[in-house]
Design a protein around this ligand. Structure first.
Ligand code: CP
Length: 315
């Protein structure tokens, strides 16, 4: 594995999932593996879970970290080639990536979608530029279109709650007052491609995810029908993909409530966090014993650790 940009970069998804679950049992069994190396964490956007869980994962491997909040602490970066840099951007990614590569043996990056330019977002300019100009592996800590560390953590959580039968897993859109990216939804869909499950996506009219990603997957605008007998309900907001970046509705008809969960098969509730209570899901859902959201965030440590370990072994 040269870089970890999407789940498809993993040499073997099932083996990585197994490794992550083994690491959870004995987190510090390879605690000298990272000795003498450094992991750089570059944030162009805020984070709670990703930042701390990736640092914790690195700590478990004896791998020191350096963190930079690019949006507040560093020079604004230019990504366009051949630009006359007379504006606000003081440093080109060509130099920045080369410089960071001298200090770090791996660089993890968070850079969200702009939600204003679909073509640019889908080009993954920040991550791909770093991958092009850095001489060390690049790790995706949520990019414009993907959040593979979250999806791997979600796979661990699904596995930990494995049902005796083939489970029904539902990805349900939920309301949100802000326009949110598609990264978590996209990577969850990709991850479900590796799992044995009946998988259904439900969303209101106008909120279909990228059809290239959902090709071959059952999608319905009937949330009630989708939730029936579900073993897992994964809830997430995303803005419209077709009317890119737009919020088409803000009513609470799609919020997940205890009444809706009654139609499931005593279904478990999942969300990547952060979550807006009583907007995306009501208190009764989040405070129920069927909510797995805290466990999901715990599993972020082991998904990151499984990826970091494999990258360290590559060297
Ligand atoms: N789920 C997730 O990535 O959380 P943060 O945005 O807090 O890192």
């Amino acid at each position: 594995m040269k870089n970890f940009i999407t789940l498809a970069d993993l040499p073997d998804f099932d083996q990585t999932l197994h490794l992550a679950m083994e690491l959870k049992k004995q987190p510090t069994q390879w605690d000298s593996m990272g000795r003498g190396k450094t992991l750089g964490l570059l944030f162009f956007n805020p984070s709670l879970r990703t930042r701390l869980s990736t640092q914790k994962a690195a700590q478990n491997l004896g791998l020191p970290t350096m963190v930079m909040n690019f949006s507040q602490e560093s020079w604004a970066l230019e990504f366009e080639d051949g630009t006359k840099m007379s504006g606000l951007r003081s440093e080109h990614v060509k130099e920045a990536a080369a410089v960071v590569s001298q200090y770090c043996d791996m660089v993890a990056i968070r850079a969200f979608a702009s939600l204003s330019d679909k073509e640019k977002d889908e080009a993954e300019i920040v991550l791909k530029s770093f991958a092009q100009y850095a001489s060390v592996p690049i790790i995706n800590m949520e990019s414009a279109t993907a959040h593979p560390l979250q999806a791997l953590a979600d796979a661990i959580t699904l596995k930990e709650h494995q049902t005796p039968h083939k489970p029904k897993v539902v990805l349900s859109w939920a309301p949100h007052p802000k326009a949110l990216p598609h990264a978590v939804g996209n990577s969850f869909v990709n991850m479900m491609g590796y799992m044995e499950a009946d998988f259904v996506i439900t969303h209101p009219e106008g909120y279909a995810l990228n059809p290239e990603i959902t090709k071959g997957i059952e999608c319905t605008t009937d949330q009630q029908k989708a939730l029936k007998d579900a073993d897992f309900v994964y809830t997430k907001n995303w803005c419209s993909y077709e009317e890119y970046g737009q919020i088409l509705r803000t009513d609470d008809q799609w919020m997940i409530t205890p009444e809706k969960m009654k139609h499931t098969n005593n279904g478990k509730f999942m969300h990547c966090l952060p979550i807006r209570r009583n907007i995306v899901a009501s208190d009764g859902v989040l405070d129920s014993p069927n909510s797995l959201v805290i466990q999901q965030s715990q599993n972020r440590i082991y998904s990151a650790q499984a990826v970091l370990k494999q990258l360290l072994e590559n060297e």
